[in-house]
Design a protein around this ligand. Structure first.
Ligand code: NAD
Length: 475
């Protein structure tokens, strides 16, 4: 059985307790993990605080910090296969996806390596002859990061990259469900030569380790990705110390298809938009809003494509949909389908929990047209698409905005004037037109409403990890 450790203050440690991580493809234990508790959290935060103010890190120039990030990016790229395999083994995310995503992870570190020496202060032209006034940008402080199991290397890169570029130090809590890739990543942080305590990586359970971290008095900012309910706990805990938060939460993203769209391309985007990562993606296009005149034809295309998807071992390069990450997740998807069918939703394909080992669930399409189905409001975080139809553009927009979330959205049409109206009208942090799921380190990413606040990606994300100091000098 593989064994992993926490990384605290430049050392690899066992953690106060241990637990077993489950392979989602078999449902059996496969790795022995450290479980950080309050004492480990305290040690890690103290190490981060010491590294922030003493030692080599605060004395480094921004260019030197950037060079360390470039080195980290190179190590991630050189060890991509190993990291991808660990992520696949521990979370069930298919190897095709983890291998492709790791390339972006290295790109994000490279992007923020280049940003490190572009975080500028400013000179203020105040109305006094004998006074010079500057704004200095300084690191915000010790940053705590808490992430869910899906895409942990990616979800952490979008926080670690900008925070280290800005000169912060960090304690990163990997999800207890699948921490292997982040714990292994710590080896490359060490090898890259970051000073001890700058980046500490631990794992443990949310209610103990995550809560202790988010309420720690020395934490200045909590960067969180996960569900809205956990976000409320984090905000309450961090409020005790008046720490700031950035929250990347769930979604129930609309995917609007007009009759004039290129239907083949829209269907491919919709299938990838909902079934990639077995639906465990915050931006999953989980509500199809389709023009009534093409509903049957479009659903026919989707059904054929969904039924042709190869389900299998996540470690097999040919597999297109793997298991869900946990039994809890499989039970949640099963229960929500059941509730939706009881409310009147009709299963077009899938919908049955398979027997056999592992936490599998087949690609599922639910026709919810004219039904108040809970599947239209609640996040499955699984491979389930809920479908409704519209007759007018106004109706499409109103259905798209009929959600408390507001992370992503997709619009498929050849009519660009209409696309522009929808871009403005949709209440979500991302609008993709005639494409879905495109990301770049340069483009900000984040949500409205229950999908959270704060943006990741771009220069602004690095500035969010700084605080300004106003300096007055009498000349
Ligand atoms: P979750 O909220 O249950 O857990 C996320 C993390 O929070 C885990 O590390 C967990 O240990 C920790 N945690 C749990 N309780 C805590 C507490 N009381 N205090 C502090 N930390 C605690 O989320 P999940 O179920 O693991 O992940 C799925 C959710 O994440 C979905 O809602 C999904 O949409 C969201 N997500 C959002 C994005 C985004 O970028 N917007 C990306 C991926 C996932």
């Amino acid at each position: 059985m593989q064994r992993f450790q926490c990384y605290i203050d430049g050392e690899f440690l066992d953690g106060e307790a241990r637990y077993r991580s489950i392979d989602p493809a078999t449902g059996k234990d496969w790795a022995d993990m450290p479980e950080a508790r309050e004492g480990d959290v305290d040690r890690a935060v103290n190490a981060a605080e010491k590294a922030l103010y003493d030692g080599p890190w605060p004395k480094m120039t921004a260019t030197q910090r950037g060079k360390l990030l470039y080195k980290l990016a190179d190590l991630v790229a050189a060890n991509a296969q190993k990291l991808a395999e660990l992520e696949t083994r521990d979370t069930g995310k298919i190897i095709r996806e983890t291998s492709a995503q790791i390339a972006y992870v290295a790109d994000y570190y490279r992007y923020y390596a280049g940003i490190a020496d572009k975080i500028e202060g400013s000179y203020l032209p105040i109305d006094k002859q004998d006074m010079d006034v500057w704004l200095r940008r300084e690191p915000i402080g010790v940053v705590a990061m808490v992430v869910p199991w899906n895409s942990q290397l990616f979800l952490s890169a979008v926080k670690i990259g900008p925070a280290l570029a800005a000169g912060c130090t960090m304690v990163v809590k990997a999800s207890e469900d699948g921490p292997a890739p982040l714990l292994e990543f710590a080896r490359f942080v060490h090898e890259a030569g970051f000073p001890a305590g700058v980046l500490n990586i631990i794992t443990g359970f949310g209610a103990s380790c995550g809560a202790a971290l988010s309420r720690h008095p020395k934490v200045a900012h909590v960067a969180f990705t996960g569900g809205p309910e956990t976000a409320r706990h984090i905000v309450r805990n961090s409020a005790e110390n008046l720490a700031s938060t950035s929250l990347e939460l769930g979604g129930k993203s609309p995917f609007i298809v007009f009759a004039d769209a290129d239907l083949e391309s829209a269907a491919n985007a919709q299938v990838a938009g909902i079934f990639a990562a077995t639906g465990q993606s915050c931006v999953a296009g989980s509500r199809l809003i389709v023009e009534r005149s093409i509903k049957e034809r479009f659903l026919g295309l989707l059904k054929d494509k969904a039924e042709a998807i190869r389900i299998g071992s996540p470690l097999d390069m040919a597999t297109e949909v793997g298991p869900l990450a946990t039994k809890r997740q499989q039970d949640h998807v099963t229960a929500l389908i059941h509730k939706s069918v009881q409310s009147g939703a009709h299963i077009i394909t899938g919908g049955q929990t398979p027997s056999g080992e592992g936490f599998y669930f087949p690609p599922t399409i639910l026709d919810c047209d004219g039904v108040a189905s809970p599947s239209l409001a609640e996040e499955f975080f699984g491979p389930v698409l809920s479908v409704v139809a519209f007759d007018t553009e106004a109706e499409a927009l109103s259905l798209a905005n009929d959600t408390r979330y507001g992370l992503a959205s997709g619009v498929f049409t050849q009519n660009l004037t209409r696309a522009h109206r929808l871009m403005k009208g949709i209440r979500a942090g991302i609008v993709w037109v005639n494409t879905y799921r495109a990301v770049s380190p340069i483009a900000p990413f984040g949500g409205f409403g229950l999908s959270g606040h704060g943006r990741e990606g771009g220069l602004a994300a690095a500035l969010d990890y700084t605080r300004t100091k106003t300096i007055w000098l009498r000349t």
